[in-house]
Structure formats: structure tokens, C-alpha cells
Design a protein around this ligand. Structure first.
Ligand code: NAI
Length: 326
């Protein structure tokens, strides 16, 4: 399946004319998106609670209000606070200020996809989700190179939701490199899949490799440098981003290429496929993970899981080697 790609010429910034745009949360994404919107000529305000993010927003020259007041003033409200606090902050401080004809813009599909925001009737809901950390959303906008961005209209009460979404996307630089037509469900599912299927598998590969090599008598220094401490995998992934998984193979020796392709052909991916399908369907798309995470005490649960992971022998070897590094 191929998706529609929206570019700058598909976006009409006049969709925001005469509308108050509010960035709610001047954090990683909020600071970058607010600066980009202002440089795109869009008049906007910032909403932030009284914490360490407030002064930088004022110092940047924005009119800053409480989140509730900014939401009340907003015609277009960009929800840029952490996903895990959005449901309660939205219900208590933002929803009461939104009225029919307003637009709620989310930068991540999670809370919309899993029905965790109770958005007042008549309010459009759109997603403008940069696939980029906030600092680079700003620097890439300044360099006019853009970054990948997912866009969707989730609830079109006014008939103008997509037009508003594209105007916001263009304002933050998200259509410069082409924005992908997606959905909150797709964005959230892909994000969670990467986190819950792909990265645990990669971490498990490194843990298992360490145990096998350590048991065979290889030194921790040699093993960990071979695995990742040298930074070589980071170099390889930078090449993968430019030339593709197979395209970058030409940078390796023939022995290496032969070994990699021979090994790949001998692996049976069916067990991993079964596991990945289970994570996608049973944990993510079913909403089970979202329900579990909503019900959890996040700090305590994360501390427990981290403590368990720290017990793996690879973690101890890593700590010792990193402590020796200058
Ligand atoms: P962040 O962690 O930088 O958020 C800090 C901001 O949230 C500050 O303005 C802070 O005052 C406010 N905040 C924190 N807790 C609050 C609370 N309890 N009540 C009121 N305000 C509170 O957030 P980040 O990373 O910028 O994420 C914002 C949104 O952007 C999320 O939906 C996230 O999924 C999305 N996103 C983040 C990316 C990233 O690289 N950080 C990339 C793409 C999307």
C-alpha cells in the first residue's frame, strides 16, 4: 500500500488566518514547533504550567499563559505535553476551554487511538506528528531540509480539519520533506511496535550474544566493543538510512558480506514473526497495552522493570567498562 505524500504546495497557511494558535507545553516539541510557527509568520501564544519550561518560553518572547487560559483563547490548540499526562491535563484544564469549531492538534497518535481524550463535540481532532526529536525539528526547519512527519484528520467536525492540519504541518516545517498521510491508529501502532517488538528483540540479541561469547572465554572488553561500544553499529545504521539495509553491505569486506548473507539465509524467522504478530495484535491493536499502562503506577513499574534488566550479566559488564572510559 502506498500513502499520499503532502508537500508545501498542498498546504494553505491561510487556513490559520484570524485563528489563535496555542502551543500547550513549551518542552522538546513545543519549543521547536512554537519557534517554527512564529518564523512561518503565524501568530501564536504559549500555554505552560509554572515549572522550569515557563521562563524559556517567556525569554523566547512568547505571550505565555496558564494551560487552561491558553486553551480558552485558542482556536487551534497544539497538545505538546507528555503523552502519559495528557488524559488528565486535557480533561481538567484544556477540554473546558475548547468550543465547537476549534481544532485540537496532537503530535502523537497514542491518546487519540486508544480513546483517552474526551474531546468536546464540534472540535476537530488532527494529528501532525513529526518523526523527529524537537531539537532537530528546529534545526532542520532553519536549514530548510525538513523531516518526516505523519498527518491525519481524526475527527472532521468543520469540514476543514485536513486543511488546518496541513497548515500547521507546513508552519512547523513538516511538509518541507513531504508529510505522510497516516492515522493516529497507524502512528501509535508503529511507534509501539518498534518499542515493544523490534527494540526488545535487538536488546535480547545483544544480551544473548554477550552470554554466548562470555561463556566461550572472550573478554568483556573485546565483546562489548564488537557489539556496540565501538560505535560501529551507529555508523552502519547511518549508512542504512542513506543506502538501505542491503545497499550498505558493499561497504563491508567480501568475507563479511558472504558471512552476513549466508547467516541470514540460515535463520528461521517464523518464531520471530509469530512473536511480532502477537505483540502487534494481542498487545497493541487490542488496546491491552494501553489499558495496562493507564492503570499502572508508571514510576514504580518502570523502576521494577529497570531493576530486573540491570541484573543481566551484560548490564554489569557494560557498567564496569563504561566506568573505565575517560
Ligand atoms: P516534554 O517531555 O518535552 O514535555 C515537557 C512539557 O510538558 C513542558 O512544557 C512541561 O511544562 C509540560 N508538562 C509536563 N508535565 C505536565 C503536567 N503534568 N501538566 C502540565 N504540563 C506538563 O514532551 P515532548 O517530548 O515534547 O512530547 C510532547 C508531545 O510530542 C507528545 O505527544 C510526544 O509523543 C510528541 N512527540 C515527541 C517527540 C520527541 O522527540 N520528544 C517526537 C514526536 C512527537
Amino acid at each position: 500500500m502506498s500513502a499520499t505524500i503532502y508537500t508545501d504546495s498542498d498546504a494553505d497557511q491561510t487556513a490559520l488566518d484570524g485563528r489563535v494558535v496555542a502551543v500547550l507545553g513549551h518542552g522538546n516539541q513545543g519549543a521547536a514547533q512554537a519557534a517554527n510557527l512564529r518564523d512561518s509568520g503565524i501568530e501564536m501564544i504559549v500555554g505552560n504550567r509554572d515549572d522550569e519550561y515557563l521562563a524559556p518560553a517567556r525569554d523566547a518572547g512568547f505571550a505565555v499563559f496558564s494551560i487552561a487560559e491558553a486553551a480558552r483563547r485558542a482556536d487551534v490548540a497544539l497538545l505538546l505535553i507528555p503523552d502519559e499526562v495528557q488524559p488528565s491535563v486535557f480533561a481538567e484544564q484544556i477540554a473546558p476551554g475548547l468550543t465547537s469549531g476549534n481544532t485540537l492538534v496532537v503530535a502523537s497518535g497514542y491518546n487519540v487511538a486508544f480513546g483517552l481524550l474526551d474531546v468536546p463535540a464540534g472540535v476537530d481532532v488532527v494529528m501532525v506528528a513529526p518523526r523527529m526529536i524537537g531539537a532537530a525539528v528546529r534545526t532542520r526547519y532553519e536549514r530548510r531540509v525538513g523531516y518526516p512527519c505523519f498527518v491525519s484528520a481524526e475527527r472532521d467536525a468543520t469540514g476543514d480539519a485536513l486543511r488546518t492540519a496541513l497548515a500547521v504541518a507546513k508552519g512547523i516545517g513538516g511538509t518541507q520533506a513531504g508529510a505522510v498521510a497516516s492515522s493516529a491508529r497507524e502512528e501509535a501502532a508503529l511507534d509501539l511496535f518498534s518499542e515493544q517488538a523490534i527494540w526488545p528483540a535487538i536488546m535480547s540479541v545483544f544480551q544473548t550474544a554477550y552470554q554466548v561469547l562470555h561463556a566461550e572465554g572472550f573478554s568483556d572488553e573485546a565483546i562489548l566493543n564488537e557489539l556496540y561500544l565501538s560505535g560501529e553499529p551507529a555508523e552502519i545504521f547511518a549508512r542504512v538510512a542513506r543506502s538501505g539495509l542491503l545497499g550498505q553491505l558493499g561497504l563491508h569486506s567480501q568475507t563479511s558480506q558472504y558471512g552476513q548473507l549466508r547467516g541470514l539465509g540460515r535463520l528461521d524467522p517464523s518464531e520471530l514473526a509469530r512473536r511480532f504478530t502477537g505483540v502487534l495484535r494481542d498487545d497493541i491493536l487490542s488496546g491491552d497495552f494501553a489499558r495496562e499502562w493507564s492503570a499502572a503506577d508508571p514510576e514504580r513499574r518502570l523502576a521494577e522493570l529497570r531493576a530486573h534488566a540491570e541484573q543481566h550479566p551484560l548490564a554489569a559488564a557494560e557498567r564496569a567498562l563504561l566506568a573505565e572510559q575517560p
